[in-house]
Ligand binder design. Structure first.
Ligand SMILES: Nc1ncnc2c1ncn2[C@@H]1O[C@H](COP(=O)(O)OS(=O)(=O)O)[C@@H](OP(=O)(O)O)[C@H]1O
Ligand SMILES: Nc1ncnc2c1ncn2[C@@H]1O[C@H](COP(=O)(O)OP(=O)(O)O)[C@@H](O)[C@H]1O
Length: 216
């Protein structure tokens, strides 16, 4: 006797016979509640470029305007979810993939999800972009030259990398691929140094405002 499946199940990766469950409360309902639109603000740049500082400035400023944000910081996520990952290329890719998937969930929850990780490879960033609806992935390149990051060296890691005590350090003996096209580039002003973290945050917030992410 032939057994009919009651539901259309599928196989995804190594997960077999799985079924997607929908809920009547959807993203648009959550966005209505929060009076904002869920999206991913993806900060990328070298170690020491100011990603974490900008993420906090952005979160603070948006919070003050009554907007719900959440920061996924590479360093922090590596303390938990991604603690099994190293800094070799495959593990960095997996780090980025997982953070992209989590960011997708936060954006679907209606939050403005700010990610702050080096994310050195273009193809991995592009893959994360492809996870969310068109327009909802806002890639922000903090374009600070290596020599400036190295002079800042707040954790002393560049010094250790130069001394050969850390192998495969981004910018020293591991690649960083700058975005070929992204929504926002924050860079040094001609002869003026860098904008303050608050000024940078305002640039990103103006973009979000203009694109309608700060209303439902
Ligand atoms: N080998 C190597 N290369 C680069 N960075 C290193 C490395 N080892 C440790 N660290 C510290 O880890 C932080 C980067 O982690 P990320 O998760 O953002 O990196 S990645 O996106 O997976 O490339 C990075 O933090 P930030 O300075 O905040 O970027 C470093 O403090
Ligand atoms: N816009 C800025 N102008 C000058 N210094 C900055 C700026 N943003 C961050 N910094 C400083 O640069 C260093 C690295 O910043 P951090 O946010 O930790 O970078 P990342 O997260 O990219 O490693 C810190 O000492 C921080 O105070």
């Amino acid at each position: 006797m032939k057994t009919e499946l009651l539901f259309q199940v599928s196989n995804v990766g190594n997960s077999t016979n799985i079924l997607w469950h929908d809920c009547p409360i959807q993203k648009r309902d959550r966005q209505q509640l929060l009076q904002q639109r869920g999206c991913v603000v993806w900060l990328t740049g070298l170690s020491g470029s100011g990603k974490s500082t900008l993420a906090c400035a952005l979160s603070r400023s948006l919070h003050a305007r009554g907007k719900l944000t959440y920061i996924l910081d590479g360093d922090n996520v590596r303390h938990g979810l991604n603690r099994d990952l190293s800094f070799r290329a495959e593990d960095r890719s997996e780090n980025i993939r997982r953070i992209g998937e989590v960011a997708k969930l936060f954006a679907d929850a209606g939050l403005i999800c700010i990610t702050s990780l080096i994310s050195p490879y273009q193809k991995d960033r592009d893959a994360c972009r492809a996870l969310v609806p068109e327009g909802d992935f806002i890639e922000v390149f903090i374009d600070v030259p290596l020599h400036v990051c190295e002079a800042r060296d707040p954790k002393g890691l560049y010094k250790l990398a130069r001394a050969g005590k850390i192998k495969g350090f981004t910018g020293i003996d591991d690649p960083y691929e700058p975005p070929s096209s992204c929504e926002i580039v924050l860079q040094q002003q001609q002869g003026n140094g860098f904008k303050s973290p608050c000024e940078m945050a305002e640039i990103v917030i103006s973009y979000l405002e203009e694109k309608g992410y700060l209303r439902a």
